[in-house]
Ligand binder design. Structure first.
Ligand code: 13P
Length: 248
């Protein structure tokens, strides 16, 4: 069975007092549930947020580097993240691919390091608008998975969490319809099944991201192949984020 996950990607938002206030509110509002809840704050806040954690969420990082340690100014390593309470990282968010030139080949290296270090990750994929308009979105997303994930073995693959985030839906207020999202999620699961077998494919968690809000979360999460969401803007308001979690 795939996990149920709702994760909040705060991106480069919130100053420390605002971040602490949001976490205080989440500590009050989140209830025990079978949904795995993760927040991805700017990495500066991972340590204090881990210390403030009352147990209803995990704290992750939006980015990490592939090297173990050393002369890599500005970068952070998995062991450092673990040492401050971070338990999971995003890999390949479209904003990192676009603004920081992260390629499928480089993301494959991140995947390998995360697995070697036993560090959970959410692998992000998704097509830009022009690819969607040309109807080639399935080929585009399949290549992202093939080039960064499909070298794994079935045992490694079954723990992978994938987030499908169509770029045209990120921060635009234009959500993929439940039908469009489910179609891609179903394709992703079938490519994983073709490569690794159905049993593995059924265990892979596939999240949707892109203008997911309290008003559309329930419809998205009720789709057979949508196992949760990676939430941007709506994760910055505790009431919206908790309403999305409750949508399960
Ligand atoms: P929005 O929910 O703001 O569209 O962002 C989605 C996203 O990029 C999460 O990683």
């Amino acid at each position: 069975m795939a996990q149920k996950i709702v994760a909040g990607n705060w991106k480069m938002n919130l100053e420390s007092d605002e971040a602490f206030q949001l976490i205080d509110e989440l500590n009050t509002e989140l209830e025990e549930s079978d949904v795995r809840v993760i927040v991805f704050p700017p990495s500066l806040y991972v340590l204090p947020l881990s210390k403030m954690n009352k147990g209803s969420y995990e704290v992750g990082v939006q980015n990490f580097y592939t090297a173990e340690s050393g002369a890599y100014t500005g970068e952070i390593a998995i062991d450092q993240i673990k040492s401050v309470g971070g338990s999971i990282g995003l890999i390949g968010h479209s904003e990192r691919r676009e603004y920081f030139n992260e390629t499928n080949a480089f993301l494959k290296e991140k995947v390998d390091v995360a697995i070697e270090k036993d560090f959970d990750f959410i692998f992000c994929c998704g097509e830009p608008l022009e690819i969607r308009e040309s109807g080639k979105q399935a080929d585009f997303v399949k290549l992202q998975l093939e080039e960064s994930l499909f070298h794994l073995n079935a045992k490694q693959m079954e723990d992978v969490i994938i987030a499908y985030e169509p770029i045209w839906a990120i921060g635009t207020g234009v959500t993929a319809t439940a039908e469009q999202a489910e179609m891609m999620h179903k394709d992703i699961r079938s490519w994983v099944a073709d490569k690794f077998g159905q049993e593995t494919a059924d265990k892979v968690t596939i999240l949707y991201g892109g203008s997911c809000k309290p008003g559309n979360a329930e419809e998205l999460f009720s789709c057979a192949n949508i196992d949760g969401g990676l939430i941007g803007g709506a994760s910055l308001k505790s009431t919206d984020f908790s309403a999305i979690i409750k949508a399960f």
